[in-house]
Design a binder for this molecule. Sequence first.
Ligand SMILES: [Zn+2]
Ligand SMILES: [Zn+2]
Length: 210
Amino acid sequence: MIYDGAAPHDADAARTGGVPLAPEGAGWPACADCGGPMQFFAHLPVEDVVLSVFLCRNDPGACESWDAASGANRVFLFPRTGLVPMAVPREGVTLLPVVSAVRTEAVPFPPAEDGGDGGDGDPYDLARSGWKQQPGERFGKQREVLGSLGGAPSYLEDERVPECPGCSGAMEFAAHLEEGFDHRYAMNLGGDLGYVFVCRPCGTGAFLTG
Ligand SMILES: [Zn+2]
Ligand SMILES: [Zn+2]
């Protein structure tokens, strides 16, 4: 996922920031820890669902938004149609200051020119470094990568893969999320990488950082 400039706040396309789109009547998620409204992070259409990612940033560091089981973050799986902008709570840290459009690009892994077989190493790291080697630069390559869809979680211990609260199975990895293009656009993840997991049969999602 690559930064692609500004986006409308209610775009039904991959973005970070802006206003979440949800089924009519859906309530804004509250943090189980502090009780405040969560901050909306990302709108990610994937196949037949929209992943809608929130985490609590009312008092960064106080609520354990890095932990999938803390209740201080939420990932919703919404249907692709019938979504409307959610009503934004008046209090609390709810929206990112700037909306970032996200485009997806398949990145070839670096060729095995160094004698390696090209298949070793962390796939997300390889994709990121492959992207940086591509010609052309619109915004500065360093921060353009906003994450990835699919693949395998980068450097995440197996025991951190969340268990689905519905069926108790291991959840499926869905996306990496970087903090953002620059500080004005960024979600505060404490310098870490965000991981989105889903259980499609149960329609549940989870978020953690590491
Ligand atoms: Zn909280
Ligand atoms: Zn499940």
